[in-house]
Design a binder for this molecule. Structure first.
Ligand code: ADP
Ligand code: MG
Length: 306
């Protein structure tokens, strides 16, 4: 049997490589209503039957924060021993896409609701010695976008806005994970915590939990290499496949004397490979700024205690 405490290494043509992984998990918040509107969030409803004027971004509509969604994110933060920021703020992340009628997503870049925490994982469930503590950088709260359907009509795409405005928690790990097995253990543990506190149903098949997988490789002991980010991976097994595939692809490039470009990639589960989607955007590309429709969020001690 493999030793779960031995460091994970990949053998290349010219020696051994270490893999560095950070996961950004989007977890849909369990709540009857959306983050800034009273529209329902039930899964599987008829398209466009759970869309308020706020979610459809009609001019003049104003967002009102849903207390329960904030409560769920705080609950999650407390469950991973994280710092709860009593003062946080919502920012606009501007981009155009057909499933985003507002033209921006309300998110939290500069002042997230939840700060640093940690999750302890066992890579081998029967071996306490395989325990490792993985840092969590932050949890912020943001709106989900709608959904485009490309397979309903031969020449047109349809837009379903039911998901538009649903609350998500983005749970960002530190680049502390070192193997596919460890990433799998982290995701399963995180899912168990979310289910236990009831803040997310953890259902990856239905998309209520999905991961952006950041991967880089380095020679053991060297500084971190350039990472790629593979978006929206929706099963633990796929996350592990992405890491293996991406690490090997990067090693091949580096051993041939090439360089890794920081980019966003997509996973194709049928082919078992990732492909480039776009060069990686930086925060300034989105022209983030504090959302003028919303006051900063200030939490009272009693709210957190509760
Ligand atoms: P962005 O929105 O640009 O993806 P975030 O800070 O939200 O930035 O997330 C960055 C993610 O990438 C984190 O999970 C972090 O742990 C991970 N990460 C950062 N540097 C590396 C690296 N060199 N290799 C692998 N993962 C990394
Ligand atoms: Mg990201």
């Amino acid at each position: 049997m493999a030793d779960a405490t031995a460091p994970y290494r990949i053998k290349g043509e010219t020696g051994e490589w270490e893999v560095v992984i950070g996961l950004e998990v989007h977890a849909q918040v369990v709540s009857k209503a959306k983050l800034f509107s009273g529209a329902a969030t039930a899964f599987g409803a008829e398209p466009n039957t759970q869309v308020s004027l706020v979610d459809a971004a009609m001019p003049g509509m104003l967002p009102v924060p849903n207390r329960e969604c904030i409560r769920q994110a705080v609950r999650t933060g407390l469950a991973i021993d994280a710092k709860i920021n009593k003062w946080s703020r919502f920012d606009r992340k501007n981009y155009f896409y057909a499933d985003l009628p507002q033209g921006y997503q309300i998110s939290q870049l500069y002042h997230p609701l939840v700060g640093e925490g940690s999750i302890t994982v066992l890579t081998d469930e029967r071996d306490e010695a395989s325990a490792r503590t993985i840092g969590v950088e932050r949890i912020h709260v943001e709106q989900d976008a709608g959904k485009l359907m490309h397979d309903q009509h031969p020449s047109m795409s349809y837009v379903d806005l039911n998901r538009s405005g649903v609350a998500l928690m983005e749970i960002v790990s530190k680049p502390d994970l070192r193997s596919p097995a460890e990433a799998g253990a982290y995701l399963r543990k995180l899912r168990a915590i979310l289910r236990y506190v009831g803040s997310c149903d953890g259902n990856m098949e239905e998309g209520s939990m999905r991961a952006d997988v950041n991967v880089s490789v380095r020679r053991p002991g060297e500084p971190f290499g350039t990472r790629t980010e593979t978006k929206n991976v929706n099963s633990v097994r796929f996350v592990q496949q992405v890491i293996e595939h991406e690490a090997r692809r990067q090693i091949e490039i580096l051993e041939e004397g090439g360089a890794i470009v920081q980019e966003t990639r997509l996973y194709d589960p049928d082919k078992g490979e990732t492909r480039s989607l776009r060069s990686k955007e930086d925060a300034h590309d989105y022209r983030y700024f504090p959302d003028p429709d919303l006051l900063p969020l200030e939490l009272e001690d009693s709210f957190i205690e509760d």
